[in-house]
Design a protein around this ligand. Sequence first.
Ligand SMILES: CSC[C@H]1O[C@H](OP(=O)(O)O)[C@H](O)[C@@H]1O
Length: 357
Amino acid sequence: MRVAPFIATPMEFRTVWWEDETVRLIDQRKLPHTVEVVNCTDLSSVAYAIRSMQVRGAPAIGCTAAYGMALVARQSAAHSVEDLLEELRQAKAILDAQRPTAVNLAWATSRMLRRAETAASEGTTAIKTVLLAEAEAIFAEDLAMCHAIGEHGAPLIPPRGHVLTHCNAGGLATAGYGTALAPIRTAFAQGRPIHVFVDETRPFLQGARLTAWELLQAGIPQTLITDNMAAFMMQRGHIDCIIVGADRIAANGDVANKIGTYGLAVLARYHQIPFYVAAPYSTIDLATASGADIPIEERDPAEVTHIAGIAIAPHGVPAAHPAFDVTPNELVTAIITERGVLHPPFTVALRQLASQP
Ligand SMILES: CSC[C@H]1O[C@H](OP(=O)(O)O)[C@H](O)[C@@H]1O
């Protein structure tokens, strides 16, 4: 079993990569106890990897879908460019449908389809070549984005360095290095005091299983807490700031993120704790006016009633499972992007960001 190649050090993970005409990725459902690589050799296995959350995290599923589009192109037997483009349109529709909330998924597949269309005049072989290059470019840009978010975000962490995180917006949620974890990683690398309070993040336990694993790999001090301890930690003065990721940021700055984020934002406002959102520009969706328009993924209730396949609730009990919630922009202190830190009013700041070259 291949172990995922670290890009450079345990500080950086290669969450998904292309090798031998195959999309390979870490099976994040198996972490933290097993580092297992999944080999996706066709569109359905890439779609399954995204749907089943073998790979998850908005930028990471965007990168994975991009490699999936390249895989479809390179496996296509289409004799005409139009037939190949139609196959890619169908592949995009299938991939986009796997998880509706994270805008990065559709953003990546749209970019891949546009790239194929711009190469159409060069023929099917050229499209096969340029699509793999485009997927690799999306991956490389994502990794660079993470580091830029780290540089912009690190100065926002107060001197004591006690940061609360929710879910996993680390290297495993991106090409590597992370978004919400990026300022933490960067500040730690700068030798500054850091202590991360890691929300376990029911029901998928991205915090307990993934963030805790990443921070251990990186040697970053942490304390794992249950989600219902977050208020207590804020009330006792243990939290200096909160940094979360995002799956979609609407044009007015409303933020869709893992379920439980909204509650943290309300608590942060009550306790006057800065609440930061770290996300790449590819997570910003100016076509969505506000959080009310963001689709919220409903997942299998079995992910609530079971942990690792073990029932923790009576058989047959009805369970809700909205996988995300929306934090109103007025509860967000600032949005950390690779292009800089955005402050309210976010409608203006986001429009100005979009106008940058
Ligand atoms: C860097 S974006 C990570 C973002 O995605 C997570 O959701 P999921 O684990 O369901 O893909 C969560 O909302 C994170 O903040």
